[in-house]
Design a binder for this molecule. Structure first.
Ligand code: PLP
Length: 365
């Protein structure tokens, strides 16, 4: 038998895989509970689903036999209105995850480095690893704010880029324009991932015309409820966008995703009303979590809240919640050992989460 492992790239063969969220059916089976009892708030998904216009537009469309437009003409025009940036500065991706992956492949050779202020979103280190590069973790301060000085000190001749979400996932806090300017002044590529922009309204988009090394990412997965259809975008320098358009897979955004995006952007008032409900529910969830002795919730600008558990009890509380059919996000790493992230759901889901926390804490303590 030929030994294909010898042919595989060693960094791919030994890749640390990304821990994505499991489907509800799997969670129900593992917990031994009926599907209807699953409370799934582990992926920052939109509890209200997509706009009703999406299903209508998808059902009415007849031309799925055609390939999508490799130049993304309609998509980029619609995104231009939504982002307030010319179409020539925009690239649409199969989720913003794809834009992250494309950036890694455009900028990183094996052995190169990116800097990520941690704790943060797992895709940056994953995609850097896939490119054979290294994500250098720079710890945030006690408030989870990025540490500009520590980032500067971590820069080496191999450093190409700095990636961060704002608001940060999973801590929920923002990076300011002043902090971003300080990072941009390093001359490195700076990728500001605004996956949760619509839950806070804070954006670094106005800095784009000033800095050729800034990329701003947005996604329709969270605010528009299109996580399952995979549509996101990057806004960047015109020439960088042209380069990315030239190296991306030609048909990277499928027609269903394109139709869903256009239908969503035609129904933004409805979608933004739902975003407002989620923001209001975030405040209620925060208050209820604050009332539980032993739990310390972090203020959040996004559609999730990070919660500190009593020392040493993070995993036990998480597992206790799973047994009760409440599935939240636990991060198996040193920085977040005692933390659990809750996505903001519907009011009845909040109530189940609060009851679950109280019971799981009592059991674990
Ligand atoms: C959820 C999330 C994304 C993923 O976006 P997709 O468009 O679904 O790929 C990107 N960045 C951050 C920080 C996220 O939390």
């Amino acid at each position: 038998m030929p030994n294909i492992e010898n042919l595989l790239l060693p960094h791919i063969y030994r890749l640390k895989t990304y821990q994505g969220v499991s489907p509800s059916e799997t969670l129900a089976e593992e917990a031994g509970i009926p599907l209807e009892r699953v409370i799934r708030l582990n992926g920052n998904e939109n509890p209200y689903g997509p706009s009703p216009q999406v299903a209508e537009a998808l059902g009415a469309f007849r031309d799925y036999n055609h390939y999508p437009d490799p130049a993304q003409r309609k998509l980029r025009a619609a995104l231009s209105d939504y982002l307030g940036v010319p179409a020539a500065n925009i690239v649409a991706g199969n989720g913003s995850d794809e834009i992250i992956d494309l950036l890694m492949r455009m900028f990183l050779a094996p052995g190169d480095e990116i800097i990520i202020p941690v704790p943060t979103f797992g895709m940056y280190s994953f995609s850097a690893d896939v490119a054979g590069a290294t994500a250098v973790s720079v710890p945030r301060d006690a408030n989870f704010d990025i540490d500009i000085e520590a980032i500067r000190l971590a820069i080496t001749p191999r450093t190409k880029a700095i990636f961060f979400p704002t608001p940060n996932n999973p801590t929920g806090n923002l990076v300011t324009a002043a902090q971003t300017r300080a990072l941009l002044d390093t001359g490195l590529l700076v990728v500001a991932d605004e996956a949760y922009y619509d839950f806070c309204g804070a954006t670094l988009m106005p800095l784009l015309p000033e800095y050729r090394n800034l990329v701003v990412l947005r996604t329709f997965s969270k605010w528009a409820g299109l996580a399952g259809l995979r549509i996101g975008a990057g806004a960047m320098d015109t020439e960088l966008a042209a380069t990315m358009m030239g190296m991306k897979p030609p048909y990277n955004v499928n027609l269903a995703a394109e139709i869903a995006l256009l239908a969503s952007l035609a129904d933004t008032s409805n979608l933004l009303a739902r975003v407002q409900s989620i923001v209001a529910e975030r405040a209620r969830l925060y208050e209820l979590l604050s009332d539980i002795p032993g739990i310390e919730p972090w203020p959040s600008q996004a559609n999730f809240i990070l919660c500190k558990m009593p020392d040493g009890l993070g995993r036990a509380v998480y597992e206790g919640l799973c047994r009760r059919g409440v599935f939240l996000r636990y991060f198996d790493n040193d920085l977040l050992r005692d933390y659990i992230r809750v996505s903001v759901g519907k009011p009845e889901e909040t109530d189940a989460v609060i009851a679950g926390f109280r019971a799981a804490l009592a059991e674990a303590a």
